[in-house]
Design a protein around this ligand. Structure first.
Ligand SMILES: *Cc1c(COP(=O)(O)O)cnc(C)c1O
Length: 465
């Protein structure tokens, strides 16, 4: 499989190169040159497979030519071996026609582990083959960073530097990152928002000499391999609920548009997906876009669901590229203008397609707490604030006879204050993280300035080089 950039000015690459590169040199995002499409019989043949084997089968077309299928299967089995639920991605019914799929049974209790555990292993495999080293640089609004650090800690060929917005992640989220003391891990607390962090990471990648000297690589949701690794759980849920002989809908709490893009990809691969529902918090750029074709940046407002406190959903560029029938020049023009003006002028036919494909619901913090409380009262299900938003979106757009699956993206114990306010219950951390608040932390506070951050990355790379 070969990959091309959404902006059309970067070389076409294979899977391993895309894995290591993350962002394309032209600032675009990589997508597969062609989409693998499965027939109804192909889908049926996947029914009943254990999750890791199903994942390997779904991901295989994307890694074809780079990773042997038996290696991929081994990596998938290793990736999910440490999950604390036998089903890996268990499905629970919470209401008539409304299901929850829990994606938070990995080491950091959030859905990012689903992709990141595999990514760490893919990096190891590809770097060993090439006898190479990389420096992973990433921005996180909470969960990406800890999942990336957890996937990379102690790995010989990888240094990892994670930027998080100071004071804007939950204590649990911060501590999951800053209590990892392996020397290949560096945490930077940036005085700014998540978007500032993301802009700094993008700027480092745009600094070609720096990027080359430091062997920069990304594992945030612009990395194609992460999207690929998120497709299988949609397939798993759909097959369990009757696909390909029955349609299924999905509701996804959304920030960077990565998780829901994987649902879209599953649909593009021929899975009978009916509705795709986006849930967001007060940072509702996607909802405004899908309702009114208003993609305009407003300030980021902190919320109870910090992993969705995002105004620029990077992965949207991939959808835009597809909806523009892969017109890279048009895509580059629209996205560049958006970066300059803060307003995205999406052509009307493209917007109509998008708003026909996706439903959207935004919940403020008050409504999120009400959703958590009502759901718990009615079905004893404890959903964290992110998951609750997805569940509310799923309920709103569910249709008779079509199962709606809402993605539960974080364990409620990651957000104990919000849970307690909503339900009076303070969920306990699972045993593996029970002493999190007793562990020492290590991180540096830095200004949101490129030169400052590049200095810190350089120091991290030189350390024990
Ligand atoms: C990252 C994250 C999201 C948002 O996912 P995207 O892929 O950025 O849309 C939602 N919920 C939780 C708990 C997350 O960690």
């Amino acid at each position: 499989m070969r990959y091309l950039s959404t902006r059309g000015q970067a070389p076409v690459r294979d899977f391993s190169s895309v894995l290591l590169a993350g962002l394309a040199e032209d600032g675009g995002l990589y997508l597969p040159e062609t989409w693998p499409v499965l027939t109804a019989d192909d889908w049926r043949a996947l029914r009943g497979l254990p999750y890791p084997d199903l994942a390997a089968r779904i991901i295989a077309p994307f890694t074809a030519g780079c990773i042997a299928p038996d290696v991929l299967q081994r990596l998938c089995r290793e990736s999910y071996a440490g999950f604390d639920h036998a089903a890996i991605v268990p499905l629970t019914q919470v209401e008539d026609g409304l299901f929850v799929q829990e994606l938070f049974h990995g080491p950091t209790l959030a859905f990012k582990d689903m992709a990141m555990q595999l990514l760490g292993r893919l990096f190891d495999h590809v770097l060993a083959e090439r006898d190479a080293h990389v420096t992973i640089v990433g921005a996180t609004s909470g969960d990406t960073g800890s999942a990336a650090i957890e996937a990379c800690r102690g790995r010989e060929r990888v240094k990892i530097v994670i930027l998080h917005p100071e004071g804007r992640t939950s204590d649990v989220q911060r501590r999951q990152m800053t209590t990892v003391l392996e020397p290949n891990v560096t945490n930077l607390a940036v005085q700014g928002t998540f978007d500032d962090c993301q802009d700094l990471v993008k700027a480092m990648f745009a600094d070609a000499p720096f990027r080359q000297d430091m062997h920069l690589s990304a594992v945030n949701s612009i990395n194609w391999a992460r999207i690929a690794a998120q497709i299988p759980y949609y397939v798993y849920a759909a097959l369990a609920l009757g696909a390909p002989d029955r349609e299924v809908s999905f509701a996804v709490p959304t920030g960077n548009f990565g998780n829901i893009l994987a649902a879209w990809a599953a649909r593009r691969m021929g899975l009978p997906v009916r509705a795709l529902c986006v849930g967001s918090n007060r940072n509702d750029i996607l909802t405004r876009f899908l309702r009114d074709n208003d993609m305009s940046v407003q300030g980021v407002v902190p919320s109870l669901s910090p992993s969705m406190d995002i105004q620029v959903s990077s992965n949207f560029e991939r959808l835009l590229f597809e909806l523009l029938n892969r017109d890279a020049a048009a895509c580059a023009r629209i996205v560049t203008e958006f970066r300059q003006t803060g307003h995205m002028a999406v052509p009307d036919p493209v917007w109509r397609q998008a708003s026909g494909l996706f439903h959207a619901l935004a919940l403020d913090d008050q409504d999120t707490k009400t959703e958590i409380r009502n759901l718990h009262a009615a079905s004893q299900y404890l959903a964290d604030p992110h998951s609750a938003i997805g569940i509310a979106a799923g309920r709103m757009f569910r249709e008779p006879g079509i199962p709606m699956v809402a993605m539960a993206t974080a364990h409620p114990a990651k957000f104990p204050d919000a849970m307690e306010q909503a339900t009076g219950i303070r969920p306990a951390l699972p045993p593996a993280l029970a002493d999190l608040f007793d562990r020492p932390e290590r991180y540096e506070v830095v200004a949101a300035r490129l030169d400052v951050v590049e200095d810190r990355v350089r120091a991290a790379v030189l350390k024990n080089a």
